[in-house]
Design a protein around this ligand. Sequence first.
Ligand SMILES: [Zn+2]
Ligand SMILES: [Zn+2]
Length: 400
Amino acid sequence: MGDTVRAAVQTGPRQIEIREFPRPVIGPDDGGLLRVEACGICGSDVEQFRGNLGQQWLPMVPGHEPLGILEEVSDSAAARWGVRPGDRVAVEILIPCRSCDLCLAGRYMSCRNRVGSHGGSQPASRGLGLWGGFAEYIHLHPNSILHKVRGDIPAEVAVMFNPLGAGVRWACHLGGVGLGSVVLILGAGQRGLSAVLASRAAGAGTIIVTGLSRDAGKLALAREFGADVCIDVEAEDTVGRVLEVTGGVGADVALELTPMAVQPIRDALAAVRWGGRVVLAGLKGGQPAELSTDLIINKALTVVGAFSVDSRAYAEAIRLIETGRFPLARMHTHTFGLPDVSRAIETLAGEVPGEDAVHVAIVPGASEPRGAAMPGLRSDEGATREGSALKRPEREQEMG
Ligand SMILES: [Zn+2]
Ligand SMILES: [Zn+2]
């Protein structure tokens, strides 16, 4: 590589430009230098792009779901991380202090003294540096959190450690999905679909997914990923349908993953069984939601706020990806190069007519945008299909 590194820099709402930075020199007390292979895009990138997450951090390099190859690493960081140059790693967004009470309790996602973040909000003292993933290289801090990932998996699939990590944490760790669980997943975006995969992997009995009429393609994908029942909430009554499917009992667990809508919160509370769990992960832009606390009391419900994803969930998601058992590649719809970061975010946001995006990634080395689903990671597709077919008495409910 040369002496400069290209990165996408956000300078204002909807304003991103390519700038050149000097290549960081990795000193003995430094972390390392990561060559970015791919960086995933999610709903918070859309909010950040639109300027809804605050502009005091600008200018900055966005991109908080990076995967890449360690090109340089200091000896001390290599020893602590257990890595060497050439390893492929996934990088977590947060750079915690690793010393405060929250860090020591495993709650480093809300660290009191965080050093900064890779692609998220950044203390001003960090300045404009190569922290984000929409760049050719990321400058890793010694406190950055890395996970090794096998090198032979396509980058656009390996980078799904992020949405799949959310699926694992929200469905399994927070929702308690296990053998035979009846799971209701409200929302069929990349995190809803990832929750389907995580639930299936955890041995869920029945998986029910909701979406809007325009989500027909995503609901069909949910079927492929192992969902048993898909509900078009614009054509059917969600709660009524869940009660019908569960013989009047309700779901064991509901995951509320929809952005902005508040009705799905009420649906989740109404559609779970007595003693059930409701995991809330869909942000509503600060608007209050009216709901019946009597219902929560009388049904003895557990309502859990799903803040972020942790290392355990990322690690388990990576192990799941590495099994090759799940047709994750089917979820990846768009790849863009560095010059097209704005268009990539607009595509995920549904602002580009005719593009139906589920998972979008920036691949700095990509020469031109790729819109078609990639051939990707294939595995025991037959077995997955058969397994799902056996579990699906209700094929007549199939969507679009
Ligand atoms: Zn994200
Ligand atoms: Zn801390």
